[in-house]
Design a protein around this ligand. Structure first.
Ligand SMILES: [Zn+2]
Ligand SMILES: [Zn+2]
Length: 184
């Protein structure tokens, strides 16, 4: 069994060196080992053709299945626009007890909002959303501090306002909620 690690499962559209760079940046924030795992492809049956989006709960279930018996955390990077059961879109979703999560990349790109591409802004947004979803897998709820990475992003402006790191309170909760210990 592999323990004490975070695995990023990249979408097939992502360049290997880019995903490696993301893993290093997430490792700096989380202060733990982050590795790139195998490619994660979203099944076509999760697509809702009337919404032009993929259903988040199905993707999350699939990620959790792929995590299997690993004690580390698994975060899939999904290069699609996704929605949730009660949400018109999601930047990502996490299983609070399953140690698995995904980040939906489509709305993190400026092009989605009709703005000129900005690779460094896109990368920063991706890091924030990965850390946010990882925070949920450590058991952290949303945080009221708009600068904290655990603040809920209702809009892309919320994501841009917050930093890529945990506030002091979330940081201490994260340590006390078990850090990288296996989920019971
Ligand atoms: Zn959240
Ligand atoms: Zn916080």
């Amino acid at each position: 069994m592999i323990s004490g690690k975070v695995f990023l499962l990249p979408a097939p559209t992502l360049a290997a060196d880019w995903t490696e760079k993301m893993s290093r940046r997430v490792a700096e924030v989380e202060n733990c080992s982050v590795r790139v795992g195998r490619t994660f492809t979203v099944r076509s049956e999760y697509y809702n053709s009337s919404r032009l989006q993929y259903r988040g709960e199905d993707i999350l279930y699939e990620v959790c299945t792929q995590r299997g018996e690993r004690s580390g955390r698994v975060v899939a990077l999904v290069d699609h626009d996704c929605y949730g059961a009660s949400l018109t879109f999601v930047f990502g979703q996490a299983s609070l007890r399953g140690g698995c999560a995904f980040v939906a990349l489509a709305r993190l790109r400026n092009s989605f909002w009709g703005k000129p591409p900005d690779d460094s802004l896109f990368a920063l947004r991706v890091v924030k959303e990965i850390v946010h979803e990882l925070g949920h897998t450590w058991g952290l709820p949303h945080c009221a501090d708009p600068k904290c990475v655990m603040h809920f992003s209702n809009t892309i402006a919320d994501t841009d306002r917050k930093g890529p790191a945990y506030c002091a309170i979330c940081h201490s909760k994260r340590n006390s909620c078990g850090g990288l210990k296996p989920i019971p």
